[in-house]
Design a protein around this ligand. Structure first.
Ligand SMILES: C[S@@+](CC[C@H](N)C(=O)[O-])C[C@H]1O[C@@H](n2cnc3c(N)ncnc32)[C@H](O)[C@@H]1O
Length: 396
């Protein structure tokens, strides 16, 4: 493909990404992959270049652009080399006309940038949400340890005790250590967040929103497979991925429970007041993971955000019923919005007698929230991790 043809392809893909964002359709990754499948003439260099143009444009534009072309013109305004490719050549984009719409730059749509700013995410901290994430792995201590594991590349040891960092795009799926469950892909921030649970061998731990089990596997390893680890979720498809993952990781103490939304206690009733620790990795807007899914900023609406907050309140209330006296309730969201973090935890403490905040001693991050309702915030800007809010409550 000529460089101009790559720009034209990126514009066509961006049109689809924009439509999908408006209609809650396929994620950008899938749209890019579908394009590659349907255009076999594009070689690996072409595919990489087109993908980079698409993601650069998404990262560069704040509000949803009018069109793929408007998004690419925003990039062209910044980069003469791209603007020169609007040359009207056979497979390239048409020449730039005066007064053509150009998408606005920024790290988020205006309403969302305002909410993030109210949560002290602005300027360089906001821009960091649109950075590129590295590839972090957790060495699975059920099968290996970080000091002696033998990998094709050494990786950079991070603060979390089992974390190693690699360059984005490292093909670790090909490595025997990955296929044999000695390493798992897990963002450094997610590994740090799991430390707040301080799970011990022999305890009863509930991973209430286990999804496909990213955190469950870290908990199983920390528990050395001893004790009960209950992994529940309302999403059958996600939960069904946990079995094979647990097997590969050698995690043998995981029990699964599929929940009915709104009637979760029907499947968890026998555990009421029984858990040493309940971990709530609640569904949220995912503002902390935009480095991986930058188009997510175009998918969020004030209504969806309000629904996430309501679900988080409900899950905190549910989790609290499962904790035994003296036990721990860990609340995690991968968002940097206080309305999905510190505010939710403060609301929980205000509405639940007896519970008190117990700031988890994490090796990274900074306190966030009022004096009595503090949790820890991890952010791409300060910590080089995905963004998280992590708080822990204790029942005396
Ligand atoms: C942030 S994701 C969990 C990710 C997972 N813990 C991990 O580390 O990979 C949130 C999960 O909450 C689940 N969820 C939503 N509503 C729920 C509910 N009422 N009870 C339990 N899980 C729920 C979603 O299906 C989703 O899998």
């Amino acid at each position: 493909m000529t460089p101009a043809a790559r720009v034209k392809a990126a514009i066509d893909i961006l049109d689809k990404v924009i439509d999908a964002a408006k209609g809650q359709g396929a994620p950008a990754d899938r749209i890019v992959a579908d394009w590659a499948k349907a255009n076999r003439y594009a070689g690996s260099k072409d595919r990489r270049a087109v993908r980079e143009l698409v993601y650069d444009a998404i990262r560069h534009c704040g509000p949803v652009p009018e069109s793929g072309r408007a998004a690419m013109l925003a990039l062209a305004n910044r980069d003469m080399a791209i603007s020169a490719l609007f040359d009207g050549s056979q497979y390239g984009p048409a020449a730039i006309q005066p007064e053509e719409p150009v998408a606005k730059s920024g790290f988020a749509p205006a309403w969302l940038a305002k909410r993030l700013s109210a949560s002290d995410v602005k300027g360089a901290e906001g821009a960091a949400l649109m950075g590129r994430a590295p590839l972090d792995v957790r060495v699975n201590t059920l099968k290996a340890d970080r000091a002696s594991i033998d990998l094709p590349e050494p990786g950079e040891p991070l603060v979390a005790p089992h974390a190693l960092r690699f360059e984005a795009g490292t093909q670790i799926e090909q490595w025997p250590a990955y296929r044999e469950g000695r390493i798992e892909v897990q963002d450094h921030g997610s590994q740090i967040a799991c430390l707040a649970a301080e799970p011990r061998a022999g305890e009863t731990v509930i991973d209430l929103c286990a999804g496909a089990g990213g955190k469950t596997l870290a908990l199983a390893a920390a528990m050395e497979n001893r004790g009960r680890l209950i992994a529940s979720d309302t999403d059958k498809r996600r939960l069904s991925q946990l079995g094979p993952r647990a097997e590969r990781a050698g995690a043998t103490n995981v029990e699964q429970r599929l929940l009915d939304p709104g009637r979760e206690m029907e499947a968890l009733g026998d555990l009421a007041g029984q858990a040493d620790c309940v971990l709530i990795d609640a569904p949220c807007s995912g503002t902390g993971t935009w480095r991986r899914k930058p188009e997510a900023k175009w998918r969020l609406t004030p209504d969806r955000l309000a629904r996430f907050s309501a679900t988080q309140d409900a899950l905190l209330a549910l989790g609290a019923k499962l904790v035994k006296p003296g036990g721990r309730l860990v609340f995690i969201t991968c968002s940097l919005l206080d309305e999905e973090g510190a505010d939710r935890f403060a609301h929980f403490l205000d509405s639940h007698d007896g519970w008190r905040a117990d700031l988890p001693p994490l090796p990274l991050g900074r306190p966030r929230g009022g004096e009595n309702a503090q949790g820890i915030r991890l952010s791409p800007f300060h910590d080089g991790t995905d963004g998280f809010f992590v708080a822990r409550g204790r029942l005396p």
